[in-house]
Design a protein around this ligand. Sequence first.
Ligand SMILES: O=C(O)CCC(=O)C(=O)O
Ligand SMILES: [Fe+2]
Length: 327
Amino acid sequence: MSVQELFGAIESSPEFGQIPIIDVSLFSPSSIASKQAEIELYKFRSALSSSGCFQAIGHGISSSFLDRVREAATQFFELPVEEKQKYSREFHGGSEGYGNDVIVSEKQVLDWSYRLTLRVFPEHQRRLNLWPENPNDFGEVVHEYSTKIKLMMGVLYKAMAKSLNLEENSFSDQLLGEQALMQARFNFYPRCSRPDKVLGVKPHTDRSGITVLLQDKEVEGLQVLVDGKWVRVPVLPHAIVVNLGDQMQIMSNGIFKSPMHRVVTNPERMRLSVALFNEPDPDTEIGPVEKLVDETRPRLYKNVKNYGRINYECYQRGEIALETVKI
Ligand SMILES: O=C(O)CCC(=O)C(=O)O
Ligand SMILES: [Fe+2]
């Protein structure tokens, strides 16, 4: 697919059925040595090296709690505009808070969405004045949800390492250390009468190590580019979507993929999603894990610090960040 096609017309017949479902309960310490886990790990590795995305089941988070997370986010977006503006990103400065797509260029077509972005870890870096007070359990729910997801990310990083025959902490030491960052982004997509013209989120890759995405329970919209074709990520109410970000592609020396993805708009229904992005703190250097570099697979990426900044600067210039850190 050419760049024009990628960012051009919103083709209306994406493919279905290529996003694997992985039972992550098999990756817990008590199951990981089993035969069944071995089969699941194989599926996992092949999912991460092809689509870079899967639907996680067996994550142990109850459906009622996932509904509470969706509900808290929905209640926030349903508040009157003046209420939400109290948390406005523009007013408070920086990248956190409530607002629309960040404008970086005159020619930019804006994403059809509202967002609330909050740093959740490290805990002492939370800007609590930007955390909604309404609904009144918002902070509690987000804290509990992100704590649970952080544990799941730890399990996934270990499973990724195991699937590549690496030491179990090969990814988690950098990506989930004490100072590691976790950002929450609540996305709200209003109805849009021209879904043929406007996207909820433009095609992009995430800058994270890993992104965990709680989709709307009923309304689909996320699509992932697999082998040059847009593939729908169907709604599975109990599943949580996991996709890899650029920093995992770098650390795995290109074995695992950070997939291009986008969100389409819907003329009839609004949509909500909650994304949690994990990445190392800006001072931690990351690069391809040494054991994944040899004569048959030369080092593909430079070591980098603060990939978040590199990514943002590239975005402003219309460049692809991963390309700029290639050797
Ligand atoms: O809303 C979604 O399904 C995905 C959102 C997304 O890709 C992002 O926030 O980076
Ligand atoms: Fe994304």
